[in-house]
Design a protein around this ligand. Structure first.
Ligand SMILES: CC(C)(COP(=O)(O)OP(=O)(O)OC[C@H]1O[C@@H](n2cnc3c(N)ncnc32)[C@H](O)[C@@H]1OP(=O)(O)O)[C@@H](O)C(=O)NCCC(=O)NCCS
Length: 163
């Protein structure tokens, strides 16, 4: 099928179509994560996937120090540098647009942006019943750690530095 090309942009709340994104995030049931005011104090990144004028997916990550902001862990340093990460907090593609490469493109753009920002890693956490998300992450080469938090979840981590 001939689809309009996929375009991924980075939006801020000043974007003229911001309310459309808020609406989409709401429809996908991810408002509590993507728009939680707690995260507004960090550097938030909203990636928006579009075909023609249609919003076909989104991903939100924060850029912060690894450790203290979502776990009670101290900051980590390597050779005097405090290590940061892109932590993905919201990610969704509406059903009619799934299995068309939108999710993969959003993840790949996140990895690219995280490298540009100097991040040590990209990380996310996913409930065990999000099998489509897990398949996508594994097919991209993410490492996985099963966790209990307090229900079973998987953490997915992509290191970005060469050895
Ligand atoms: C996870 C999600 C964003 C994936 O978006 P998508 O646009 O369908 O993903 P893609 O089309 O880029 O899929 C890329 C690859 O992931 C894997 N994959 C994705 N969905 C899959 C499924 N249902 N079953 C098996 N593999 C799947 C496949 O390897 C796929 O490649 P292929 O289509 O060439 O086989 C989407 O399914 C979604 O919004 N799910 C509900 C919300 C969610 O779980 N969000 C993440 C956690 S909060």
């Amino acid at each position: 099928m001939n689809r309009p090309p996929l375009v991924i942009e980075s939006w801020t709340p000043e974007h003229p179509r911001w309310e459309k994104l808020v609406e989409l995030i709401g429809k996908e049931g991810q408002t509590d994560w993507a728009l939680d005011p707690y995260f507004a104090r960090f550097s938030r990144h909203f990636l928006v996937a579009q075909r023609a004028d249609k919003l076909v997916g989104f991903l939100m990550f924060v850029h912060w120090e690894i450790g203290p902001h979502d776990r009670k862990a101290p900051k980590l340093q390597l050779s005097g540098e405090t290590l940061t990460e892109a932590k993905v907090l919201a990610f969704g593609v509406p059903k009619p647009f799934r299995r068309q490469g939108v999710g993969r493109a959003l993840q790949e753009r996140t990895i690219e942006r995280a490298r540009e920002l100097g991040c040590y890693q990209v990380r996310s956490v996913s409930e065990v019943d999000h099998g489509d998300n897990h398949q996508l992450k594994l097919s991209l080469g993410f490492a996985v750690e099963p966790m209990e938090r307090p229900t079973p979840t998987f953490a997915f981590i992509m290191p970005l530095r060469d050895r």
